[in-house]
Design a protein around this ligand. Structure first.
Ligand code: AMP
Ligand code: MG
Length: 423
């Protein structure tokens, strides 16, 4: 795995701003190579590896957008109703054999090909039939309710750009073009560890001072949502040698090694030193709260390549936030996906808040509709980075800019819904 440039992340400052994290990722991380052709049914969430060009026009032929009557616009009276003779009937899936000649209309149905001569379609709701005549109101524009061949996308045009993370609509477009398989990059392989002597798997005995591992299942789910292929490698003890060994071993078969816990300055926090011993630490303090200690580095592997390393804090909410802001863009980049910035919608704050400048802060909030119809962000009452109910009881993250120091009720603030992070 040689997807990291050699001088990856030359940074040694204090608190690295998030904007710099994003810039470094864009500049220094190289996407994984390896392309495969996958059927549309299994392609959702995969990343398009090379531009997909429309092989045909869409729609493939001129057709009617409604059930109604196809006419020649030149036959219509500008200031009065028009009465035309019904000369033919064309259903979807049939060929339009006859032309529409002067004074004639064709009964036509949605998706049926336009007959030669006709250029406009009346919706049947706007018309009435009398015997073999149809009576049409005045005022319909030429070309109404007609879909031209290639108007959706023309043959030869770019249908899906390289880097697109495939959404259901993309798959529909590919299918509509008759495409059965798409070229996608292989999935990013991620080795996932938890760390901590106190951490035990749910289902095991908790012991006197244990906590159940919530980070691994959280991260596995978030990784999966971004399309990564996760190897769950369990829980590592707070033992420098064991950490080094496990991380070094994981570098060979994975593109990214992701850990939680053990990255701050406590006596049992050995992850950072382990990374420094076996690879290169690039940064380990980011201007983000919760989650300031976030380590990122490069671990060389025995096969001569290298894996990226991301060490997240231990507290579950800090894990969630740092995943969203640091790991997600890193993964997208490794996957060869175009950047998908987390857009914060503007909402009104219902709370007052004081923060330090120089870091971006994420406050868990619920959205409520105020009396005037605007959305208001209501802060979850407990702020701790270990309070998991602050994630389950809220709708998303209020994002307070790096240089903000005060938020007052009524202020406009950024809001990122959880669905944008994990969807
Ligand atoms: P650390 O950064 O290792 O000191 O961990 C900070 C806090 O997060 C401690 O209270 C840990 O017990 C907790 N923590 C660490 N890892 C996990 C985990 N996998 N699941 C739940 N809590 C954790
Ligand atoms: Mg720990």
């Amino acid at each position: 795995m040689a997807q990291l440039k050699d001088d990856c992340f030359a940074f040694s400052g204090a608190l690295l701003p998030i904007a710099d994290v994003e810039r470094l990722i864009a500049e220094r991380i190289v996407p994984v190579d390896g392309i495969e052709e996958v059927p549309l049914a299994g392609a959702r969430g995969r990343v398009v590896a090379r531009d997909v060009i429309a092989p045909v026009d869409l729609p493939p032929f001129d057709n009617s957008a409604v059930d109604g009557y196809a006419v020649r616009h030149a036959d219509l009276a500008p200031q009065a109703e028009t009465r035309l003779r019904l000369a033919q009937r064309i259903m979807a899936g049939e060929r339009a054999v006859h032309s529409v000649t002067a004074g004639e209309a064709a009964r036509i149905f949605t998706g049926a090909p336009m007959p030669a001569g006709a250029d406009t379609v009346f919706m049947q709701e706007d018309t009435r039939e009398e015997g073999d005549r149809v009576i049409l109101p005045q005022g319909l524009a030429r070309g109404a309710n007609r879909r031209l061949a290639g108007e959706d996308i023309a043959r030869g045009a770019l249908a899906l750009p390289a880097g697109r993370r495939l959404r259901p609509g993309d798959l529909a477009l590919a299918a509509a073009l008759g495409v059965t398989h798409l070229p996608v990059r292989r999935r990013v392989r991620v080795a996932l560890f938890s760390t901590g002597n106190e951490v035990v798997d749910p289902g095991e005995a908790l012991g006197v001072a244990g906590v159940f591992d919530s980070n691994r299942v959280l991260l596995a789910a978030m990784l999966d949502a971004v399309g990564a292929q996760v190897a769950d490698l369990g829980i590592l003890r707070d033992d420098p040698a064991a950490l080094s060994r496990a991380i070094a071993d994981a570098a060979a078969a994975h593109d990214l090694i992701l850990t939680s816990g053990g990255v701050s300055l406590g006596d049992a926090d050995h992850v950072r030193t382990a990374v420094e011993g076996i690879g290169r630490l690039v940064f380990w303090r980011v201007g983000i709260k919760p989650g300031r200690p976030v380590a990122m580095g490069v671990i060389p592997s025995k096969d001569g390549g290298a894996a990226a390393f991301a060490g997240l804090p231990g507290n579950p909410v800090a894990v969630f936030v740092t995943f969203a802001r640091v790991v997600r863009p890193l993964l997208l980049r490794l996957a060869g996906a175009a950047a998908e910035p987390l857009a914060a919608y503007r909402v009104r704050s219902a709370f007052a808040y004081t923060k330090r400048p120089g870091r971006r802060e994420y406050v868990r909030v619920s959205l409520v509709r105020a009396a005037d119809g605007a959305f208001e962000a209501v802060k979850y009452p407990r702020e701790g980075a270990g309070v998991i109910t602050s994630l389950t009881e809220t709708d998303g993250l209020a994002e307070l800019a790096d240089d903000t120091t005060q938020v007052a009720p009524g202020d406009s603030i950024g809001f990122i819904p959880y669905s944008a992070i994990t969807g």
